[in-house]
Design a binder for this molecule. Structure first.
Ligand code: ATP
Ligand code: MG
Length: 817
């Protein structure tokens, strides 16, 4: 016991040992929130206040959940198996498996990840002959998920015009399709589980009696539905222990609601409110940057962090000419760190958007530096892996039309689009699945389709008794996937990934503690060895009909195959194949939440990229939520920057590039305003710091300093605009070179980057970042971003109070000032 509580500071100790009452721990990054939560779990159990079955803990990622289990096992003499520790999605999945009948789902329901969901929506639109330009699938996906996250079924969504009414109808049709196919999307996992608890008193009271303590990490990022789900579980008198940091709320764009913290305090009459202010993670200069930056946000609950670990090293800032050079510099720095004895896995490279990773990956790859990307194209999202999973899904659930369509003609079996259309018509007519409809067809197409359903039936029957890894191997072979990729010129890597899938199945079993000799496709009641409790449906003590096992019926448990398939859908990409090797860690800032590294690079600190232009202009990122104003968007970006900075323990690098290729276009940007919000004394500029311009009086809200970026736009026929604000060093480097060559019309020796840049100047676009402009309607503004070239050229202009706008140069009549 004493060792459990040793090394906690006073408020941490107070938090860990609070009585069984509601509590809110509000604390900044790295102050030990997660540690406190885990220690409290261990303390509650080891002091006998509650059994391992009596607690429920929610964390944000699978990785965090696994870590919590590992740490708990180290602290406790009892087994942690079967404990309800996981993500919201994971726990809801588990609950729905246990009560699939009451939830109206087939036992082997499959989970759609967001790619699958989009494909399902596209298929629906096609079936219903809906114009997908008028109703873009992505928008519909966003609409549906948004509604579900608010807890709204189609009938509850308010629609005031024809267009929204149609969207609601499509939402309904989509739900019907999912129900028919026995599939569930991510948002549905939560909503279905919520509705189950709300409607079924037996089940609700069972869980309310069971969970005496509910602990929630990253509480600031819960959405409304999750909050209500927790409320239903806690309704029987459980003590809710929530830890969070309002400054790290970074999922508002997905419906997360910081207001839940205030609501929690009010609605649960929280008397135990504890703040933790000592940071144990980051050294002084890093922390100073985080603290100073976040002061610029107005909507905060307010707290400050301190550390006694000294200032440490200054935060290093690097300006690059372009993204490739930024990546090159990064590679050199990492090499230096490795030479100094750092492990590569102690270094993380963070970026605002996934698209940035390609250039960095390329540079690391070329330099022979092993790296791992988290949350990018995840292992389970690769096409070949998805194909194999589709076969497995069909074995488990032949009604899964999405899986059927994915592989019915892959590898090719000569089944054409017309045959499939006929099949779809017939399925619709008979309200059956595609698989079932095959039996009713006749003609030449029928023979080929029947061969396919026989293949699946055969695989299902013959692999039934095999352990999971062998089942996967058989399916890869006999489906024809292995032969297909073997014959493909570039198929080697894909074959390796398929082999890796077999390994993943084995690793999954080992991790879950399932004996490898347990048949994969046989329900647990018939299995030779029992599944571990955390895979089993819970066995409610007194649940009447909801507990079939009480009457001796088979447990409503899933097979190892179904469990593995859920795992593949829910896996947040943080358990990729090959984990554990010493590799540099690459991920988006969102994915880095809750983690820490000795060394961190935050890249791409440019206006428009970070803060992201959509957040600044309020442009929908696939549709903004109502109430999201420009200011709230910017504040969310700043919180994201706060999260990024606070991941670092010892060394932090911040970098930006003057020019970058993104989504096929060259963009010129000024450095992020966030850099100018950091305390100068904590920074060390590795490249000469460009001089800041005086802030124009009208540019309210634009706190960043203007700089006369020496974008190559200085070249050509226009007079140079550099003036006092010009970048002192870049004018003598690439800017100058590009100008010279462009003037000569000699672009032959330039790389694609430079050529594009040079072309732009040849067309004589007299604009550059930092340029003052006048617009007839919006008034005076300053260019903060340029994109595209020729007739497609667009500029992003900050019009002060009017806001930041993108304007097409060929249309907007802009005058330079
Ligand atoms: P975040 O907001 O980023 O999720 P957090 O508040 O959850 O951070 P933790 O991850 O729990 O913080 O802790 C940060 C680091 O500080 C961890 O390495 C943890 O082990 C360490 N730490 C926390 N409390 C103490 C303490 N009292 N003594 C020594 N180290 C501590
Ligand atoms: Mg944490």
């Amino acid at each position: 016991m004493s060792t459990l509580l040793a090394n906690l500071n006073e408020p941490q100790l107070a938090a860990v040992t609070l009585p069984a009452e509601h509590a809110l721990i509000l604390a900044g990054a790295g102050s030990g929130k997660t540690r406190v939560l885990t220690t409290r779990l261990a303390w509650l159990i080891s002091t006998g206040q509650v059994g391992p079955q009596g607690v429920l803990a929610v964390t944000f990622t699978n990785k965090a959940a696994r870590e919590m289990l590992t740490r708990l096992s180290a602290m406790l003499p009892v087994s942690t198996r079967g404990m309800w520790i996981g993500t919201f999605h994971g726990l809801c999945n588990r609950m729905l498996r246990a009560h699939h009948r009451d939830a109206g789902l087939p036992q082997s329901f499959q989970i759609l990840d967001s790619q699958d969901q989009l494909a399902a929506i596209k298929r629906l639109l096609k079936t219903l002959n809906v114009d997908d330009e008028r109703f873009p699938p992505r928008n519909l996906q966003h609409f549906i998920n948004g509604a579900k996250e608010e807890g709204l079924r189609p009938a509850q969504v308010e629609a005031h015009d024809d267009y929204s009414r149609r969207c609601v109808e499509l939402y309904q049709a989509y739900d019907d399709q999912c129900q028919r196919e026995g599939v569930v999307d991510f948002a549905e996992l939560l909503l279905r589980s919520h509705d189950l608890l709300e409607r079924n008193q037996f089940i609700r009271e069972h869980y309310q009696r069971r969970f005496r303590h509910i602990l929630v990490d990253e509480f600031q990022d819960t959405n409304r539905l999750q909050y209500r789900w927790l409320g239903l579980l806690a309704g029987g008198g459980a003590a809710v222990f929530a830890v969070g940091d309002d400054d790290q709320s970074i999922y508002a764009f997905r419906g997360a609601n910081v207001a839940n913290m205030a609501a929690f305090e009010r609605e649960y009459r929280v008397r135990n409110l504890i703040k933790l202010e000592q940071n144990y993670r980051s050294q002084g200069n890093i922390l100073a940057c985080a603290n100073t930056l976040i002061l610029n946000n107005r909507s905060r609950l307010g707290k400050n962090l301190w550390t006694d670990s000294g200032d440490g090293e200054p935060v290093r800032v690097h300006e690059a000419l372009d993204d490739r050079q930024e990546a090159q510099w990064l590679v050199e720095e990492v090499r230096g760190l490795v030479r100094d004895g750092w492990a590569r896995s102690d270094v993380a490279v963070l970026y605002r958007s996934n698209a940035q990773s390609r250039v960095i990956e390329h540079a690391l790859f070329s330099a022979g530096l092993p790296y791992r990307v988290y949350g990018g194209l995840r292992f389970f999202e690769r096409a070949e892996v998805k194909h194999a999973l589709a076969y497995l899904r069909l074995i488990e659930n032949p009604a899964d039309d999405g899986a059927f369509l994915r592989v019915v003609n892959f590898p090719t079996r000569g089944i054409g689009a017309r045959s499939l259309e006929a099949l779809q018509d017939s399925a619709r007519g008979g309200a059956s699945s595609l698989f079932a409809a095959v039996a009713g067809l006749s003609g030449a197409a029928a023979a080929k389709l029947t061969a396919f359903t026989r293949l699946i039936d055969g695989l299902a029957a013959e692999t039934r008794r095999l352990p999971l890894p062998e089942l996967v191997e058989q399916v890869v072979e006999r489906s024809g996937l292995a032969a297909h990729y073997l014959a493909e010129k570039e198929g080697q890597e894909r074959l390796e990934n398929l082999r890796e899938l077999v390994n993943a199945a084995a690793a999954y079993l080992a991790e879950e503690g399932i004996g490898q000799d347990v048949p994969a496709a046989v329900g647990v009641a018939a299995a030779a060895a029992p599944l571990p409790a955390n895979l089993l449906a819970d066995v409610p003590e007194v649940l009447g009909d909801a507990a079939p096992e009480a009457g001796g019926a088979a447990l409503p448990a899933m097979t190892p195959l179904a469990a593995f398939l859920s795992h593949a859908s829910l896996e947040a990409g943080d358990n990729q194949a090959g984990e554990g090797a010493d590799a540099v860690q690459l991920m988006t800032i969102h994915a880095a939440k809750g983690l820490e590294f000795d060394g961190v690079f935050v890249t791409g600190l440019e206006e428009g990229l970070f803060p992201h232009e959509n957040a600044v202009t309020g442009t929908p990122r696939g549709g903004v939520r109502p109430g999201a104003t420009d200011e709230s968007g910017l504040e969310e970006e700043r919180r994201l920057m706060y999260v990024a900075i606070t991941r670092a323990r010892q060394r932090l690098y911040l970098s930006f590039a003057q020019m970058r290729m993104l989504h096929g276009q060259t963009r010129y940007s000024m450095r992020s305003r966030f850099l100018d919000e950091l305390p100068e004394g904590s920074l060390k500029w590795l490249t000469p710091r460009t001089q800041a311009r005086a802030e124009p009086a009208w540019s309210e809200g634009y706190r960043g300093a203007w700089e006369g970026f020496d974008a190559p736009a200085r070249g050509g026929a226009r007079p140079a605009q550099g003036g006092a604000g010009a970048s002192a060093w870049s004018s003598s480097t690439r800017g100058g070179a590009a100008r010279g060559r462009a003037d000569n019309g000699d672009t032959g020796r330039l790389g694609p980057h430079e050529q594009r840049a040079a072309q732009r100047f040849d067309r004589g676009i007299a604009y550059r970042v930092g340029q003052g402009v006048m617009h007839a309607r919006f008034g005076e503004g300053v260019i903060v971003g340029i994109e595209g070239s020729g007739d497609d050229a667009r500029v992003q202009v900050d019009f002060g109070r009017v806001g930041v706008k993108w304007l097409a140069l060929s249309v907007a009549k802009l005058e330079t000032l």
